[in-house]
Design a protein around this ligand. Structure first.
Ligand code: IDP
Ligand code: MG
Length: 139
């Protein structure tokens, strides 16, 4: 993985509210190419492993419960400067603090149910992509 790819998940609230189409439209209209994508559901061990960095945070149990509560869409996205540009596109973790026009401002309802995930570094983009996709799915 080079600096032109990032990893995203459309979280369960986005699928529940029928926002897969509008969010993907916003992502592709912002210049990202979808390299790999799947509709799937995390198990509790999956979510615990994916978010292991947050295991000591007070919201960890709620986060795992929420992320396993329904289907998600996992995807790898490609664009120049993908990691940073995607974090800008999604906006702040708390939608109340997210800038106008960002995905979280438009589609998220709370700091916990915040519509989308975006990798925070190239290294994590690579690790998170490999968590969800095999090497031959990441062509
Ligand atoms: P990020 O998704 O913007 O990178 P992180 O700090 O990595 O934010 O947190 C991971 C996820 O954990 C968030 O997207 C959100 O779903 C949840 N989360 C983060 N902070 C809080 C909080 O203070 N209360 C409840 N849930 C939170
Ligand atoms: Mg994060």
């Amino acid at each position: 993985m080079t600096n032109n790819r990032t990893f995203t998940m459309l979280k369960p609230d986005s699928i529940e509210k029928g926002n897969i189409g509008p969010i993907l439209e916003k992502i592709t209209a912002s210049g990202f190419r979808i390299v790999a994508m799947k509709l799937t559901q995390l198990t509790i061990p999956d979510a615990q492993a994916f978010y292991a960095v947050h295991k000591d945070r007070p919201f960890f149990e709620d986060l795992v419960h929420y992320m396993t509560s329904g289907p998600i869409v996992a995807a790898i996205l490609e664009k120049d400067n993908a990691v940073e540009d995607f974090r800008t596109l999604i906006g702040a973790t708390n939608p109340a603090e997210a800038a106008e026009g960002t995905i979280r401002k438009m589609f998220a309802e709370s700091i916990s149910q915040n519509a989308v995930h975006g990798s925070d570094s190239e290294e994590n983009a690579s690790i998170e992509s490999a968590f969800h996709f095999s090497a031959r799915e990441m062509f």
